[in-house]
Ligand binder design. Structure first.
Ligand SMILES: CC(C)(COP(=O)(O)OP(=O)(O)OC[C@H]1O[C@@H](n2cnc3c(N)ncnc32)[C@H](O)[C@@H]1OP(=O)(O)O)[C@@H](O)C(=O)NCCC(=O)NCCS
Length: 232
């Protein structure tokens, strides 16, 4: 298995809708295929996905020397293996499974995070933090000065993540969430280009890289060794 972060594309939308439903079950109205497609074409928006890639199956790769019968048997075995061992939460061989996503809007010099989410079974494995790192890097490339967001007052995991990255609680939007009337905390970073933030961010990135080495390992036979944030 290999992992990467890349720009969200139209082909990702069905999985993104699934993930969105899992991450925000009470949100209404629900995002739609056409709504996300439209967002992906918005010049002010950036959306990225964290992807788990399955290694190509040798029997299905081109240029192997197996006989036709061996290839057919191997293919049947591969189908059987997939159903039995991979299960629904795993990527199919030669395919990508979206395990996280994030998005933000750039408004003048401010990046406003609109979503960040990890599939439930992949939580607490460094994915949300990896996405946030990619968001911060992309925001820096786009010359944003600060990053801001709203988060539910009850959403402690997300607040902890943002606090880890030096977001501060700067305000409150009362009854911001229409599903249950919950308040939103407004959280914001300091100036991204300040020396304090930059050196703190570099330390956090290094610690993440050391702790979650699997995320930074390339697929055998590929050259894309380093994960990349959603490049503009
Ligand atoms: C918030 C969310 C994206 C975190 O994703 P994740 O992949 O589990 O996060 P990570 O494993 O990278 O954790 C990074 C940091 O986040 C914080 N964190 C994540 N889950 C936490 C939890 N359950 N309790 C406390 N802190 C938590 C910690 O500070 C953690 O750092 P640590 O490992 O050094 O303690 C995830 O819980 C999620 O998708 N929630 C549903 C969607 C959502 O609410 N998004 C936020 C909208 S504002």
């Amino acid at each position: 298995m290999a992992y990467l972060i890349r720009r969200m594309e139209d082909k990702d939308i069905p999985q993104v809708l699934q993930l969105d439903h899992e991450a925000y079950p009470t949100q209404w109205p629900r995002p739609t295929y056409s709504g996300i497609k439209h967002e992906l074409r918005n010049r002010l928006a950036r959306y990225i996905v964290a992807v788990k890639q399955a290694e190509p199956q040798p029997a299905l790769m081109k240029n192997n020397n197996n006989s036709g019968l061996q290839q057919a048997l191997s293919y049947v075995k591969h189908l059987f293996d997939h159903d039995r061992f991979f299960g629904p939460e795993q990527p199919r061989p030669n395919s990508e499974y979206i395990i996280g996503m994030a998005g933000f809007w750039i408004m003048v010099d401010e990046a406003h995070i609109t979503t960040i989410a990890t599939r439930e079974v992949y939580r607490r494995q460094g994915i949300g933090e990896w996405l946030l790192i990619a968001v911060i890097e992309t925001a820096l490339e786009l010359k944003a000065n600060v990053i801001t967001l709203e988060v539910r007052a009850s959403n402690k995991p997300a607040q902890e993540l943002y606090q880890k990255y030096a977001f501060k609680h700067v305000g409150l939007r009362r009854r911001y969430y229409t599903d249950n009337g919950e308040d939103a905390l407004i959280m914001t970073t300091d100036t991204l280009t300040s020396d304090t933030f930059k050196s703190y961010f570099e330390k956090l990135k290094e610690a993440h890289r050391k702790r979650w080495t699997d995320l930074y390992t390339a697929m055998p036979g590929t050259t894309a060794a380093m994960p990349q944030g959603g490049r503009p």
